[in-house]
Every structure is written in C-alpha cells, then in structure tokens.
Write a protein that binds this ligand. Structure first.
Ligand code: DNO
Ligand code: MN
Length: 357
C-alpha cells in the first residue's frame, strides 16, 4: 500500500507540498491540472511543471485525480469521438511522466453532492453534510451554495462555466436511463483501455457520491452489483476502481469490506472516508476512526491487508478542525486528514505485526 495525499496545486490549496511531506508515511501527491475543464487538452508543459514540483519534494506523482470526462461522452453524442481522442492523448502524455493510475468518474452533470459544506458537529468542528430532503429541490440553488461556500477555491466538477449551463445540461440528459449510461461508458472504455494496456496506466473509476440517483439523473457506480457490471464491460485489469468508502458508505446496504474482498484485484486506488448516517437518511462526514461513523474503517483496512493490497490509498474528505475552514478547501483541510493518515497507518502497522507473529 502506498499512502498518498490529494494536492490541488500551488495556487489552489491551503496545504503545501512541504506540509504534505511532513505527514508520516505519505509518499505521493495525488494531483491534476485543476484549471482544465472536461474535454480540454493537457499540454505536456503544464503536466511537466506540476510533476517537477511534486518530485522535487521527494513525492511520487503516480496518481492523477481526476481527468474529467466530457458530458458528450456520458451522453453518447457524436462529438464524443473528438473528446475521447483528447482523453487518449492525455493518457499517453501522463504515462510518459510516471503516472500509473488515473481516477475519474462517470456521474452525469455533478460530481459529489452535498447540501451544506460546514455543518456543525457536536464537538464544535464542522463537515460536509447531506440532507436528503433538501436535495430534491432546485439543483441551481444547490450548485450556488457549493460555489459560495468554496470561496476562491475552484471546485472540480462544479466549474461556474458548467453550472451556468445547467438548464442545457439537464435537457441533454432527459430520457437517459441507466442502461444507456452503461452503454456510453462501455463505448468510452472500449476505446481507452487498449491504450492504457499499451502504456501501463490503470483507469480507476470513482463511485457515485451519494450512491443513488439525484435530480432524476441516473447513477451507476453505487453498489456491488453495479460495480460487477462495470468491471465486466471491459474485463481487463486496466479497467479498475477507485474504491471510495465515503461514497458507498451512505447506503448502509453496501457491505464495503465484502466488496473489497471480492474485487480487490481491480482496485487501484482506495479512498478512505467515514460517514455517519442518520435514521432519516441524512449523513455527515466524520473522523476516520471507525467508531465515529458507519464505515468500519478497521474492517475496510483489514480487507485490503488480508489481500496484500499494493495499490494507492488516501484519506478522503475530513472534517474542518480548529478553525481551519476559514482557509481551506471544503472537505480538504489539513488536520483531520492528517489524523486520518495516522489512524490508518496505526491499524495497518499493527496488522503487519500480527501477520509476522
Ligand atoms: C471527493 C472525491 C471526488 C473524486 C471524483 C473523481 O472528494 O473523492 O470528487 O475526486 O469523483 O473523479
Ligand atoms: Mn472519494
């Protein structure tokens, strides 16, 4: 297992590479070109610049999160071929600078979705919160709330340019079914996976967050059966998963350790996040400690450890602690995620020891 940390770049993150390299056990910075919208070309020069920044601090640039997929590909429009060609070009360039895993998602229109970014927890910290009833309402209002809460930070998937076109996007998805979305995903994978095989870059799809349809849009990476169907679309180790416990976790029917045990050889990237799910279906993100929420992080790590997991792992969202929400990206503060790293490494090291005994 390689412990990593998501880094949004020099101009877009309150956390620096110098902070990151002081967190015990972290060997890689998970990066992206965050000023690129889906479908835009990635120039080698910009790629090299970020890779050099990361490697100059002794960190590995092996994981990119994300290369976002243009909606025309998700929609299956004729223009998708143009965007797939650009995607392939990016995969090839990334392979030349040592990238091994690309994380992406196939959620229509929105990436992760929350109704509040700074919901207070009883201990005075605050965290991303999802109120089930509030989400049924106006998607524009929700998008605005997220953009306002993010302040000056860019939010991948929530770019104001895209959000300004929400009406058109919703129109374009009218009538889209789960089967159609699966077909469009298959079309995309059949074209990119042979390239990935040739240049040794593994694709790792991120589950839908939350793991159910929202605003009438289908969502297809959300439980064991859908994941199985996804992996069978193109049966290659290069067609793999980012297994995000925080995304699958709000559906309490998802037995995440069992999913890991079943599909571990197709998991290239593990996101560890804990959520507390309330009786009414609302949920909030909590510390990585298993006891604090509904994701049994110990069991999750044990499932990886038992299978000798060699992929990349990172703490996913954390709470905002000690006032840091005034100056950090929502969900991506320093303190709770650093505590999460230490919790995970504590569990991992003791599992290692027990194996030796
Ligand atoms: C949440 C993340 C996701 C993830 C994308 C992958 O913080 O885990 O936003 O980056 O869904 O494309
Ligand atoms: Mn995640």
């Amino acid at each position: 297992m390689e412990m990593t940390w998501r880094w949004y770049g020099e101009n877009n993150d309150s956390i620096t590479l110098d902070h990151i390299r002081q967190i015990p056990g972290v060997t890689g910075a998970v990066w992206s070109l965050h000023d690129k919208v889906a479908g835009e070309e990635w120039e080698m020069e910009s790629i090299q610049e970020v890779v050099d920044q990361i490697t100059s601090k002794g960190l590995s640039p092996a994981v990119v999160e994300s290369v976002n997929v243009h909606d025309d590909i998700k929609l299956g429009l004729p223009s998708r071929d143009k965007y797939i060609a650009i995607y392939i070009d990016t995969i090839k360039k990334l392979s030349q600078v040592g990238v091994k895993v690309i994380c992406y998602n196939f959620m229509p229109i929105f990436d992760w979705t929350r109704t509040e970014l700074y919901k207070a927890l009883p201990d005075g910290s605050n965290a991303l919160f999802y109120e089930k009833n509030a989400i049924q309402h106006d998607p524009k209002k929700m998008a605005q709330r997220i953009l306002d809460g993010a302040g000056d930070f860019t939010m991948p998937g929530w770019e104001p340019e895209r959000m300004a076109k929400l009406d058109d996007l919703f129109k374009a998805y009218e009538g889209m079914t789960e089967d159609m979305l699966f077909d469009n995903l298959q079309y995309f994978l059949e074209r990119i996976i042979p390239v990935c095989e040739a240049c040794d870059v593994k694709m790792a799809i991120h589950p839908d967050d939350p793991p159910w349809p929202i605003f009438g849009l289908p969502r297809i990476i959300r439980n064991r059966d859908y994941i199985k169907r996804f992996l069978e679309l193109v049966d290659s180790p290069y067609n793999g998963l980012t297994l995000c416990t925080g995304s699958l976790g709000p559906n309490l029917d998802n037995d995440i350790p069992a999913i890991i045990r079943e599909f571990h050889d197709r998991i290239h990237f593990a996101h560890i996040r804990n959520v507390k799910v309330y009786d009414n279906g609302d949920f909030i993100e909590v510390s990585h400690r298993g006891k604090d929420g509904n994701v049994d992080v110990y069991d999750v790590l044990k499932a990886y450890h038992d299978n000798d997991f060699k992929g990349y792992i990172r703490p996913d969202h954390g709470r905002h602690l000690w006032g840091e929400e005034k100056n950090c990206r929502p969900g991506y503060g320093l303190y709770d995620r650093a505590l999460g790293v230490m919790y995970m490494l504590g569990v991992w090291d003791s599992l290692d020891k027990r194996k030796e005994e």
